[in-house]
Design a protein around this ligand. Sequence first.
Ligand code: AMP
Length: 561
Amino acid sequence: MLGLMQDWPLLCQRIIDHAAACHPNREVVTRSIEGPIHRTNYGEIRKRALKVAQRLDRDGIVLGDRVATLAWNTWRHMELWYGIMGIGAICHTVNPRLFPEQIAWIINHAKGRILCADATFVPLLEKLSGHLEFIERFVILTDRENMPNTSLRGAIAYEDWIDGVDGDFAWKSFDENTAAGLCYTSGTTGNPKGVLYSHRSNVLQSLMTAQADVMGLSCNDTVLPIVPLFHANSWAYVFQAPMVGSKIVFPGAKLDGPSVYELLRDENVTSTAGVPTVWLMLQQHMESENLRLPSLRNLTIGGAAPPPTMIEGFQRMGIAARQGWGMTEMGPVGSIGYLKPPFEGLTGAEKLAQLSSQGFAPFLVEMKITDDFGAKLPRDGKAFGRLKVRGPSVAKGYFGLNDQVLDEEGYFDTGDVATIDEHAYMRITDRSKDVIKSGGEWISSIEIENVAAAHPSVQEVAVIAVPHPKWGERPLLVVQTKPGAEASKSTILAYLEGKIAKWWMPDDVVMDTIPHTATGKVRKSELRERYRNHQLPSVSASSRPLSDGETSKSGRANLHS
Ligand code: AMP
């Protein structure tokens, strides 16, 4: 027997309808690409999103068509999200930080028909347009006054484009499982893969992230999403903020420390989220100028593991910082480092240790860790294995590919290696491709990085595996020092001494610049390539390869002793 409740499909456009009905005057503030601060509100955003929808409908865009965006976080980009999704088309967010060839590859793979881009990307698109075979017209996200002269096909200023319709339009209606958004993973190995969100997964993801122990936004909050609309579904900020009526502040293209600080201060932001690289710039700016942000009650760090010193640094400034973990394929939130009983009263080093975990899964995310053969590992905080997840906002496949990505229990392998403890706190020890396999045992690059990052002269570190004739792989520590600071190999190694297991000690330390990916992660593949032939000092000392019958495990024991 079925329940007798209303059939009310979970569609994204209902979120902006709700915001316009219940929080119409709640502000959406943007540092515009043109420069000045722009102010609008949810009532206006909905009206203009309806114009986008009407315009797309008139331009012949139908259910399932892809409309691409190449844009920073602004109110116009948000209007596009709702306008595109509201007629059942698919909002394909493209990451402008990718290499131009990757941008072209992604847009072609998705077969987008219209491309909406910030004016800053016009020169790039002019170079690429000959390769963008399916794009019929380019909409430039600006007004007539700021419209650049361009040869792009059918180019029109966004404001003129939506002014061509009157907004007397109704959202289309369709099944809640209809595709809503398309976001490609960064593709550090092989081609990027498209994750295809549905209306239902987006609405459920937003309800999930809005929970008090997750992002915990309310109508009294002001939120500044540093996380881009083009990466990992904007961590659902474009949905969760209007869902609860939080004011939004969009940073546009300026993510340097002073620009972000100014917005956080001037708009009295209470909650914000972004990747460690952006928070590093903010923290350095605030420390050097001795600044404070009294309104900011919550700062979430995700996308890569933050060193505990970063969390501690924000705590010293009176800002509660914690981790979020997730991935594009999860819509994206998977866990939050919130302190639950019996940890809520912790202080000092114990609190920091707890906050250094990636936290626990909220309702709608299920996790397990397994060995390489799929056998479940215990939740004892010690066993580490492949982290697998399932839930209604976790991908079950990739756009245009037939790969089987789920195990027999319906879990998706995240590619991360983690422990889970008896309180359900999960700790990422590595990406499976970054873990260092030394003498048959695994060394966590993240754990060494966390310790090394606390050295006072260090700005950022990365630990990578370097081939070793005896142990298979050994850790190499790459250090980028703070501007003006100096550190030697011996002082760094002396600093690590006693803080990590002896056999985890890096075999060498090099000073270098740390490269980043388009989504703000350390580009370890590039470092591995750079140091592929690096001569470890330990190699000359122990270059004897393993003899037949000598197991690598016994090797580890020797190294340990
Ligand atoms: P993306 O799909 O670009 O968001 O990347 C997802 C990956 O980023 C995850 O699988 C993790 O490897 C990494 N990641 C995200 N958040 C964290 C975190 N808090 N700590 C460690 N790694 C993280």
